[in-house]
Structure formats: C-alpha cells, structure tokens
Design a protein around this ligand. Sequence first.
Ligand SMILES: Cc1ncc(COP(=O)(O)O)c(C=O)c1O
Length: 371
Amino acid sequence: MTSDPPRVRRHLARLSGYAPVVPLAERARIAGLEPEDCLKLDANENPYGMHPRVREALAQALSDPGFGSIYPDPNQASLRQALSRYTGLDPSMILAGAGADELLDLALRALLPPGGAVVTCSPGFGMYPFLADINELRLIDVPRDERFMLRDDMLLRAAETSGRDAVVVLTSPNNPSGDMIPRELLLALLNRGATVMLDEAYIEFAGMDASAKDLLTEFPRLIVMRTFSKWAGIAGLRLGYALANPNLVTDLIKVKQPYNVNQAAEIAGIAAIDNAAEIGAQIDTIRDTRDQLFEALRNVEGLTPLPSRANFILIRVDPNVGTGRELHDRLAAVGVFTRTYSDPLLTSYLRISVPRADQLDTLIQRIGAVL
Ligand SMILES: Cc1ncc(COP(=O)(O)O)c(C=O)c1O
C-alpha cells in the first residue's frame, strides 16, 4: 500500500494552468481600497452589470418554491428557442453551454484526437493555448505582425498543412487587439475546406451585421462561438452558445454534460434576449464611451490606443513611461485594474475595459495621476 495521492496524467502535471482574473475584493484589498472605489477594467464585463429586467426575471424565478431543486432541461429547448429568435437561426443549429469557454473545450475535444492541431494567431485569448494543453493538442501559432496584422498567407498555409485533424480558431473582434477578422480571409479558409471556430464573444460591440453567422448555411465547417458574459452582464452565471451545422450540434449534444446550463443562467439568458433592445441601449453607450476613451487616451503623452470594435482598448505604453506591466501596477495602486500579458509581443501593452460613462473622468484623471 502507498500513501501517495494519485497523480494527474503526466502532460497535465507539467502545465502551469490558466491565469484567470483576480477577484475584485482581492485586488482592492491589495491596493488598500474599498471595492466600490475601484474601477474593475480587467475582464471586459458589462460595466453596468446585469440589466434590471434580467434581475427581475431571476427574482421572480427564485420566488417559485420549486426553483433550483430539479435538473435543468438537458435539451435546452426554451433557451435554444430564445436564441433562435436572437440569432435568426434554427434551434437545431444552436447549442448552449456554461460560458463560451465550456463550448470551446467541448468542440475541440469532440473534433480533435490527442495530437490534433489548433491553429491560432497570437496574441489572442489565453483560453485557446490552455485548452490545447489540457486536451493534448498541438498549438500551431501564426503570430500577428508587430502591428497586430494577420499574416494571411502564412495562416492559409498553416491551415492547409496542419492535416485533417485541425481546427483554426479565430476571434472577431480579437481579444486583445480589438480588430475584426476580414471576411475575405475567413472565406479563403472556408473555401479551402478548413474547420474554423470563430469566436464572436464581443460581436455585440462591433454591431451584429459584422457577424459571420450568415456563412453557416453555406459552410458546414464553420462554428461560431458567442457569450452572454460581455454584452448581457451575466458573466458570473456562465452562459455561452455555439452556432453550427445541425449534424454537429446533434453530435455535441450527445457528448456534452447533460445539465451543463444551470437554471439561473437559462432564465437570465432568456430574459436578456427578451430585453435585448433595452440592453442594446447600454451597448450603444458603451460604444460611445469606448470612442471617447480612445480620443482621451490619444491626448495622453506616452500612450497610444489601438482602434477597437470591442468593449476594451489595447494601449501601447511608451518606454519613457515604463512597460505595460509597470503602468498596470501603478494603476492598480490607485484602484484601476487592467490587464497585462506575458506574451513578448505585448510587453509594452496594457488592455483596459470600457468603464461606465460616469466613470470616464475618474479613469482619465487616475491615468494622468500615475504618468
Ligand atoms: C475571446 C473570448 N472568448 C470567450 C471568452 C469567454 O466567454 P465565457 O465567459 O462565455 O466563457 C472570453 C472572455 O474573456 C473572450 O475574451
């Protein structure tokens, strides 16, 4: 008999793990400030929080004595119906999950055997390399250039040479650079038979007409990932969805965790869709605030904001000011929480989420104070 605990598989033991955002209370405590005096601009959540109508729907559900005590619908019928209204696609092309993260994991695991390839273009969302690691997939990176432009030819070549067991994962608008994936590039990949997972987590901030979902019918190898975390202000409830070919959706339903979307997320998601017009007014305000923040940052010596179609802005920090990490730390000390990266291409950069309109002056003032 041995008293050693069981070991995780060797490839998992080697991993350093995903670097998630530190909770607000913890960051505030480190800064010696009250959470309400801080600006949490590190995870691109909706700064207005959950819409009151969504909160009402949840409160009403909670008053039902049966709430939460029975399993949610494994087939997600009402939610997929609501998502069908929201996307204009048939429910057979829709699958919901506990955040886009769960669906990215599910789809990669279901589509690729160990040793299969995930083709990405760094800098990007840290979840993709993490998922490649935990699922024993090869990460084939086609890095963007120093201006964050995609290298189209290299990407097309990588997609062609990475074999049949490969998925190209692209993000539009991209996190953290904020730009869109050009439609011609997407079409070139799809026309060559690539399987493309297009992550549209921030599409509401770019405008829904910028979505590539209209290509789903013609291209069965396209999968579009979406989330309620960013536009709908319910990141904490975990709700995302995939749009894909009905046959793939059927297969994914068979292998997903049966009760992957909890009842609260389901109710909040349907309420968000029912009140999409009201939440749309918030999105318009966030876009306006983003454009004002961009202009304000352009006037700050030592900072260069990159144009963004999302609800965040990537900022280049002049070496005279310091590295992105140094500015991040100075801002954290005055209660402005932003995001930095370990990617060498991003040493001089900082990502900042768009705050509420009424927080903009405070933000600019605190940035000015630490420069
Ligand atoms: C590009 C991208 N995709 C997906 C997600 C995660 O979405 P969810 O909260 O639905 O898991 C994020 C969150 O930061 C993201 O930036």
